[in-house]
Design a protein around this ligand. Sequence first.
Ligand code: PLP
Length: 285
Amino acid sequence: MNIDGTLYGRDDARVSVFDHGFLFGEGVYEVLRTYGQRPFLFAEHMRRLRASADRLALSCPLSDEDLLARIRDTVAAAALPGDAYVRILLTRGVGEIVYDPAACPTPTLVVIVKPHVDPPVEAVRGGVRLALASVVRNHPGSVDPAIKSNNLLNNALAMQQAYREGAFEALMKNHRGELCECAQSNIFVVRDGVLLTPPTSAGLLVGVTRGFVLECAADLGVPAEECVLHETDLASAQESFLTSTTREIVPVVRIGAQTIGDGAPGPVTRRLMTAFAAAVPSRLS
Ligand code: PLP
């Protein structure tokens, strides 16, 4: 772990209870993974971190270069046997219990490093089931889902339902009732050979992996569109999958009560998984 430039062991890493990240959830974060010691899609994660921070009038105290060096140092110090999970947290910092940002002159920057864990082999091979969450994704006029903020209660509530139902993830609708995104990942479906995913105007976190999968689809010549999707569209989807940094692509074979296609991972999903894996080495920092 690294807090404001100092390395700590897992049991010694401490942040003040007066940090506004703790008091108010006032902060942003990124999760990236490494292959070996090298971060994957680093530039894309930094772009989103700065965009999220801007929305809170927070600024990251380090340049991309210096943050990459800090991540590298923290990963090296962790001396993991395999790939790393890296969580970067940037909070308002420590100050009096008032909302005034001026109370916190120095933001807190934490880098958590722990072993990366791949999704279970059965999930990747056989596909997973999603709960249809009853909690609605935040309205973009409230805490905008496009901000990757530490204010994760909405997502935690959706995941509680998934755990209760024994589902892998929770798919949320937006305030208009459209399919939006999962609690921790973005959603795709394949209909008649076309890859479809909800548009950013649905009010979602624009996943770095979502973007990379769209690039892989373009390279493969798989037509892809951002498209407003409803629950009723699931019946005509032949395939579905979710995407995130830690899971990359995981096939989805059931959503709520609806079986997707023939209930097994489909060929477009498989082709994208193969293309994704082949493209990884070109995007390591
Ligand atoms: N949507 C939400 C709500 C998430 O929390 C995440 C990742 O944690 C994603 C989508 C996927 O984003 P990424 O591919 O950048 O990991």
